[in-house]
Each structure stands twice: as C-alpha cells, then as structure tokens.
Ligand binder design. Structure first.
Ligand code: UD1
Ligand code: UDP
Length: 361
C-alpha cells in the first residue's frame, strides 16, 4: 500500500513513546498499522497502556511471549517478515531499545523497507546491557534517526551517520506525560496504597541488578537500608520477582511490594514521591520533568541529560542509603531545569518528518 506506516511495539516502554506519534500521524491522515509483538503480555505490562493512553488496539498481535534473547528475537522476526511481505509498508517505525525494536529493524532492512528509529543515538557504552546492543544495531540500520537529546545526535555523528538522516525531535515519552499530567492524582495514589505523607517509589528490573543471586542479595540489603529511613512502595516488574523474593526483598515492614501499576496510577505515585529509586530508563526521564529526585541504581546511563538538566544521579548499592538520606533531608527543589524540546511536541515533529519521506499516493 503506498504510504503505509507500520509501527512495531511490544514492551511496556514502547507504548507511551508510540502513542503521540500515532496520534500526530492520524491527524495528518497517514495510513497506519500498529503491531504488538507480544513481548510483554500481562494486563499490567501491556493492555492497561492501551486503555489509559487512548492507543488504538493493535491491528496485529504476534503473541510471541517470553524466551531467551535469540528465541524471542527470532520469533518476532519470523512473524514480522510474513507481515511486512504481505503489507509492504512504505516505512517501519520502531521505538526505544527492546528486542522488538531490533528485530523489526533487522527484518525491514533485509526487505529493503526504510525504518525510522524513535529514541535513536542513546548510548550507555556498556555492551553488557542487551539494550545497548539493540540500540547500536537498530541505529546502524535505520534510515531516519529521531533523537531525544543533543548527546544522542553527537553519538550518531561520531559513528559516521549522515547528518541528513539525524533529527533532534524531543521526547515523545514526555509528550505522553504532559498530555496526561492532569490525570496523575498523587493524593489518590497515596491513599490507594495507604502510604504515609512522605514515601519513596522504587522500580527494579535490570538484569545487572536482579538476575544474579549475589547481586540480588546485595540489592535487597541496600534497599532495606533505605526503607529504614522512609516508607517505600515498589511496583515489582515480573523479571527477577522470584530472585528478589528469595533474597528477602519482601521481609521489611516499610517496603511495600505491589504488582506493576497502570501508567496513571504509577505516575500519580511518582508525582507525589519524596524520591524515586530506579534502574528504569523511562523513569529517569519522567522524574526529570516532574522534579522528583531520582536515584538511579546503575553504573552508567544512556540518558545523561537527566543528570545535566534534571533531577537524576547515579548511585551504587553501597552509597544508595546515604544518597537517599541526602535527598530526603534536602527535600524537593522549587525549580529545576528540563532538557530542550521536552515540551510535549515531539510526536508532531516526528509526524512532520515522516510525512516528508512518505510517497504521495
Ligand atoms: C524488557 C527490555 C528492557 C526494558 C523492559 C521494560 C529487552 C532485551 N529488554 O526487559 O530493555 O527495560 O522490558 O519493562 O527487550 N514477563 C512476564 N510478563 C510479561 C512480560 C515478561 O511475566 O508480560 C517475565 C517473563 O518471565 C520474562 C521476563 O519477565 O521471561 C523478562 O521479560 P523480557 O521481555 O524478556 O525482558 P524484560 O526484563 O521485561
Ligand atoms: N511504568 C508503569 N507502571 C509501573 C512501572 C513503570 O506504568 O509499575 C511506566 C513508566 O512510565 C515507565 C515505563 O512504564 O517509564 C517503562 O518502564 P520500564 O522501567 O519497564 O522500562 P524502561 O524505561 O526501563 O525500558
């Protein structure tokens, strides 16, 4: 079909990034199909985003489910190859750095179908992260590289990417945040979880933190030392749940473990939090906009702009308790910076660039 745009999503962080792009392209009358690979499938990891973000239901659900990296990526590729051969899209749009992202970029490239990568150019320079491998491969293959920050543009330049293919567009995840800000009810979220006035929100799911039993045990000790200082609510990602439970995560009276939350409930909690402890990519960005101190339990970040222009700092398991004490003592800032172009208009900019490259029907 001339001009058809195929969006490939599959994991939780993809959905808030895709929503504003789909909306802006719909407003321009562009023909689109939305694919869900099925990488994430629990109601709270997937469906709830479609319900809450007014995302259209996927036209196609590949239903691949969980698996090793090779098995999951291969299953997504096989499903997408059949689909792309049948639909022959003019452009495939991929989001972020998950296995669904790289699988789609590989299939499209081999079929000679142009690809746009939303959130291109982010680099942790840490190849032990599966996401870094996915970012490098996806960016090497993509035709349109749509960047959230100036550092990402610079990385792509350093890697020899033609500047004509690189566009600084801002952050579509922040479009979703700003469009829904009025729906983030901190007080209702606090009451729903019966939390004290001062509380911390935590999320933990990176393989480097939760996969190995020794890492998990050290992590639990560190997080418990934070819970000694302030009540923590932790919506726990399914990855590592069993490992963290074995390591004793659940055995602290001021650490409240809950299932993954819907986007609006989660953001309501974050909005009202005294601080956030996380290893998530997206949460580093969201706390930056909301002005909530963010302690990122990672040795590096592909989102340094959240440190230079935001509320984020990197911490280790060793220094997390002291860092938490410092941010709790300091309280939340009255004013803070936000990164350039994180203004709610990234989806519009992306749609404008995509519209320019689509064939006229
Ligand atoms: C994936 C992404 C990661 C992203 C995270 C966001 C890759 C390589 N990783 O990690 O970059 O930060 O999503 O949430 O793509 N599971 C369920 N229910 C689900 C989904 C997963 O129980 O709906 C469990 C399964 O046991 C599965 C495990 O979680 O094996 C890991 O899921 P997977 O999608 O492979 O990786 P994530 O750790 O979720
Ligand atoms: N999120 C949510 N409920 C939760 C945890 C996270 O709605 O319980 C949202 C939040 O907006 C976050 C996004 O899901 O930015 C993606 O989070 P995740 O940490 O899974 O992925 P990452 O950004 O690390 O790839």
């Amino acid at each position: 079909m001339p001009g058809l745009v195929l969006h490939v999503t599959g994991a939780r962080p993809n959905f808030p990034k895709a929503a504003p792009v789909l909306r802006a392209l719909t407003a321009r009358g562009v023909e689109q199909r939305l694919v869900h690979t099925g990488q994430h499938y629990d109601q709270k990891m997937s469906d709830v985003f479609f319900d809450q973000l007014n995302l259209p239901r996927p036209d196609v659900d590949l239903g691949v489910g969980s698996g090793t990296h090779a098995r999951q990526t291969a299953a997504i590729m096989t499903g997408l190859e059949d689909l792309m051969l049948a639909e022959r899209p003019a452009l495939v749009v991929v989001y972020g750095d998950v296995n669904s992202t790289v699988a789609a970029a590989l299939v499209a490239a081999k079929l000679g179908i142009p690809t746009a990568h939303v959130e291109a150019g982010l680099r942790s320079f840490d190849l032990t992260m599966p996401e870094e491998i996915n970012r490098l491969v996806t960016d090497r293959l993509a035709d349109l590289l749509l960047c959230t920050s100036a550092d990402a543009v610079a990385h792509l330049g350093n890697e020899g990417v033609d500047p004509a293919r690189i566009h600084l567009v801002g952050n579509p995840m922040i479009d979703t945040l700003l469009a829904n800000l009025h729906r983030f009810d901190a007080e209702a979220a606090r009451a729903a979880h019966d939390l004290p006035a001062r509380y911390i929100v935590a999320t933990l799911h990176r393989p480097g933190n939760v996969d190995d039993p020794a890492d998990a045990a050290a992590l639990v000790k560190s997080v418990h030392a934070v819970a000694d200082q302030a009540h923590i609510v932790l919506p726990l990602h399914p990855r590592g749940r069993a490992r963290l439970q074995e390591a004793g995560l659940f055995d602290h009276p001021a650490l409240q473990i809950v299932d993954p939350l819907g986007y609006l409930e989660f953001m309501g909690l974050v909005r009202g939090a005294a601080a956030v402890v996380t290893d998530s990519g997206g949460v580093q960005e969201e706390t930056t906009i909301l002005g909530v101190p963010c302690l990122t339990l990672r040795p590096n970040t592909e989102r340094p702009v959240t440190i230079t222009h935001g509320t984020n700092q990197l911490v280790t398991r060793e220094n997390l308790p002291d860092a938490a004490a410092a941010v709790l003592a300091a309280g939340r800032a009255e004013t803070w910076n936000v990164p350039p172009l994180w203004d709610g208009k990234a989806g519009e900019r992306i749609a404008e660039i995509i519209s320019r490259v689509l064939p006229r029907s």
